[in-house]
Design a protein around this ligand. Structure first.
Ligand SMILES: N[C@@H](CCC(=O)N[C@@H](CS)C(=O)NCC(=O)O)C(=O)O
Length: 221
């Protein structure tokens, strides 16, 4: 059985968890925080999430894990058969990761400490977010899912990638990411309405206190 290491407060962890749940793959969720010996044993970077496959292979990087799950388990496909269409799904996934999640993540330390980031940093981050959103505007079909009538890896990835822009945007950039692309707010609500998303969001809320304790403990070190 697959073991998923990480913690439910993590948006990256939840990408992999959502894919496993959607595909109906049995897995054990083992709570592990970044940099701990348990996580370092399965991911040399010590980042969450990580995963041990049925065959005993240790994997890191959420996008790699999701692709592995798709390759290893054929039920409830998360990628289309057509290779051109598969590449378009991966393009949206990559845009979500590189331009929406990672750029906004630069403001996360300020959100955690409730401090104001430097203006220049906000300007830099906003420029990358605008570029990513500009790309999404052209790539997303909202039919109702990002590439048409079927949920794919891109939908799962964007849902959790958006968590960080949603967190830092309104307070630090006076910007709501859901207003940046027509149809995005409706898509976001649709994604949130699934039973899987509800379970993942509830698990995330339940992990908040423990995660905050981990953060304040690791900041004191
Ligand atoms: N590119 C990685 C990013 C994972 C990541 O940054 N996870 C965070 C938790 S949400 C983490 O482990 N942070 C601690 C660190 O960077 O040391 C992935 O896709 O899995």
């Amino acid at each position: 059985m697959i073991t998923l290491f990480g913690f439910p407060y993590s948006n990256y962890h939840n990408i992999v968890k959502h894919a496993l749940m959607y595909k109906g793959v049995e897995f054990e969720e083992r709570i592990a925080y970044p940099g701990t010996p348990e996580l370092l044993a399965v991911n040399p970077l010590g980042k969450a999430p990580a995963m041990t496959t049925d065959a005993g292979t240790n994997l890191g990087e959420s996008s790699v894990m999701v692709e592995y799950i798709e390759d290893a388990y054929s039920n409830n496909p998360l990628l289309p058969d057509d290779i051109e269409a598969r590449a378009k799904v991966r393009q949206i996934t990559k845009v979500s990761e590189l331009y929406l999640e990672l750029s906004a993540r630069r403001l996360l330390p300020f959100a955690m400490t409730q401090s104001q980031p430097p203006k220049e940093l906000c300007t830099e981050v906003q420029a990358v977010l605008d570029r990513g959103m500009g790309g999404l505007k052209k790539l997303a079909k909202f039919g109702p899912y990002l590439t048409g009538d079927t949920l794919t890896i891109a939908d799962i990835y964007l849902r959790y990638a958006l968590a960080i822009p949603k967190l830092v945007g309104p307070t630090m950039l006076q910007w709501n990411p859901l207003d940046a692309v027509e149809g995005l707010a409706e898509w976001d609500a649709l994604m949130a309405s699934s039973d899987i998303s509800k379970k993942i969001d509830a698990d995330q809320r339940a992990n908040a206190e423990e995660f905050m304790a981990y953060v304040s403990g690791s900041m004191k070190k």
